[in-house]
Design a protein around this ligand. Structure first.
Ligand code: C2E
Ligand code: MG
Ligand code: MG
Ligand code: MG
Length: 284
């Protein structure tokens, strides 16, 4: 074989790698600036009571608007930050902002998403409790969402942290349920307060009977293990109706409210209160 044939792919490989590294370096720097500037925001999405639409809590979702690239998806942001080690700073930012939101909202509990890497830190639970105290926020006002993956990759650390957090009065939700692992035994090993059914199962409702039966089974499973069940990604009135029929406790989705900046969230809240008052008025 000619030397040239061997060398060429290597050069291409190097060129692509450089580009990838440059890009990541640029993004890392961008995130650094985002953290110290005002490019990050924490939006709030309503979680409502499935029976009557009353607001019960909110999920905080991270938003990054890059000055040149525009909005960067939180999933990408988190992946980038995990790789670069900036995740601790990002999570700290989210926690502080969430605590400020909680104080501004009054009595609406707010849930934040927790990165799996947090469970590598022994002081994780302690730190959350300390920040609550520093802000004078009661533990019942903050909730944490974790995904199934954490329970497999960080089993013991996660178990310890979850127990400690619940002991302190912080409620924990298992997020994106049904997308991760087939073993269900962990559901009873860790005590979760909430089960969030992944929106894939809600979408499957549109395909007819089997989707409905699956959803019903998951709701029953959650209830039998003493969890409150939240349906994620409810987009239509039909889906909301089905979810309600199957006994889901809470609804979260575009149908009831999108993730919004806190000002807009408070407007939404005020309008919801007006809607409720109207529904209490006698119907003619
Ligand atoms: P998640 O925790 O499962 O959050 C729910 C996602 O579903 C959000 O996407 C939300 O905008 C979206 N969603 C809500 N209702 C609907 C609906 O009716 N239809 C559809 N199609 N989507 C809906 P988002 O904001 O892009 O966040 C994606 C993921 O990024 C989150 O999934 C969470 O895993 C992660 N994430 C977001 N913010 C944070 C954060 O502050 N910290 C960490 N560690 N992860 C975060
Ligand atoms: Mg979540
Ligand atoms: Mg989810
Ligand atoms: Mg998710």
């Amino acid at each position: 074989r000619a030397k040239k044939d061997k060398r060429e792919p290597i050069q291409i490989f190097h060129a692509e790698m450089d580009e990838g590294l440059n890009f990541r370096r640029t993004m890392r720097q961008g995130l650094e600036e985002a953290l110290s500037g005002n490019q990050l925001d924490l939006h709030l999405q309503p979680v409502v009571d499935a029976r009557n639409g009353t607001l019960t809590s909110a999920e905080a979702l991270l938003r990054w608007t890059h000055p040149l690239l525009g909005p960067i998806s939180p999933a990408k942001l988190i992946a980038l930050a995990e790789e670069s080690g900036q995740i601790v700073a990002v999570d700290d930012w989210v926690l502080e902002r969430a605590l400020q939101h909680i104080k501004q909202l009054g009595d609406v509990p707010v849930a934040i998403n927790i990165s799996p890497v947090q469970f590598r830190r022994r002081d994780f639970a302690r730190k959350i409790v300390d920040r609550l105290e520093a802000h004078g926020v009661s533990p019942g006002q903050l909730r944490l969402e974790i995904t199934e993956g954490v329970l497999v990759t960080h089993t013991r650390a996660a178990g310890r942290a979850i127990a400690e957090l619940r002991e302190a009065g912080i409620k924990i939700a298992l997020d994106d349920f049904g997308t991760g692992y087939s073993s269900l035994s962990y559901l009873k090993d860790f005590g979760f307060d909430f089960l969030k059914i992944d929106r894939g199962f809600i979408r499957a409702l549109d395909d007819g009977r089997q989707g409905a039966e699956l959803l019903r089974a998951i709701v029953d499973l959650g209830h039998s293990l003493s969890m409150r069940v939240i349906a994620e990604g409810v987009e239509t009135a039909e889906q909301a109706g089905a979810v309600q029929l199957f006994g889901c406790d809470y609804i979260q989705g575009y149908f009831t409210g999108r993730p919004m900046p806190i000002d807009q969230f408070q407007d939404w809240q005020a309008n919801a209160a007006v809607r409720e008052l109207h529904s209490l008025a006698p119907h003619k």
